[in-house]
Design a protein around this ligand. Sequence first.
Ligand SMILES: Nc1nc2c(ncn2[C@@H]2O[C@H](COP(=O)(O)OP(=O)(O)OP(=O)(O)O)[C@@H](O)[C@H]2O)c(=O)[nH]1
Length: 315
Amino acid sequence: MTEANTTRAGFVAIIGAPNAGKSTLVNRMVGTKVSIVTRKVQTTRFPIRGVAMVGNAQLILVDTPGIFKPRRRLDRAMVRSAWSGAEDADVVVHLVDVQAELAAADGTGKGADKKSVEDVESIIQGLKGSGRQAILALNKIDGVKRDRMLAVAKTLFDSGVYSRVFMISAADGNGVEDLSNYLAGQVPESPWLYPADQSADLPVRLLASEITREKIYLRVHEELPYAATVETTAFEERKDGSVRIEQLIQVERDGQRAIILGKGGQTLKWIGSASREELTELLDRKVHLFLHVSVRETWADERQAYTDMGLDFDV
Ligand SMILES: Nc1nc2c(ncn2[C@@H]2O[C@H](COP(=O)(O)OP(=O)(O)OP(=O)(O)O)[C@@H](O)[C@H]2O)c(=O)[nH]1
């Protein structure tokens, strides 16, 4: 438990195979108080799925896409980059679908269950490689016999990569409070990084960045899935009721800049107009959107970037 006046805040990476129940868990931890906006907010390198308040602690639940799918056409650097997202988090939770594990073990599983088991194995290998201990959250325990669930927990725990095991049902909430409380004690003492009452303060700039980033992803994810960051550098409401938004898209290499620009600037134009369209709808007013693309040599210190962004809410 935290002391009455001490606040805590930190990043919790929730990793797991597709369908493990990440969204369900995040929604349950976050509860209904957090606005939908928060769920969409994107930071520099990995998306924030939600912000959960647990007593005096703020848990920023982040996703690490691409972490467990090296079999796809993802190159090593990308997987490494995804892992470094997990490494930078204060706590890593590995969510495992116990029902898929059991179905695969019984031979009754579908292809998806087998894939899920492979993903679990690949995450364990990744954790071993990163030297990072994670918390195992065995999910979907509803409807599973206790001894079978414990057997799966033991097998996984014996891999040596987990410091703790929680058995939960994200769907019915069983065990989730214990997990949240434990996580709250694991994140460092720190001021909150997000406004406590999310619904009151829309981090509009971050949302605007996220929308553009999503368009980049939609258009060019094959070429540079995680290379681009988007920062909203200006957000001005004009007298005529319209909004002028300037955004800086930063990439790591010249070649990536060329990809984002596209032939004759066509790709950037598409990104800009798709983003503007969504922003117009969201903000319910005319939007003037200006995009700039620049090459950044190295990633800025990530934690600093978060802090900067956290403090930079222009609301
Ligand atoms: N029985 C059971 N089903 C669950 C539980 N948690 C999630 N599910 C189901 O598992 C499926 C996948 O859940 P999601 O939360 O979408 O899982 P996810 O794929 O990790 O999340 P995304 O990556 O956002 O898609 C859904 O049909 C959920 O209803 C649980 O505790 N018990």
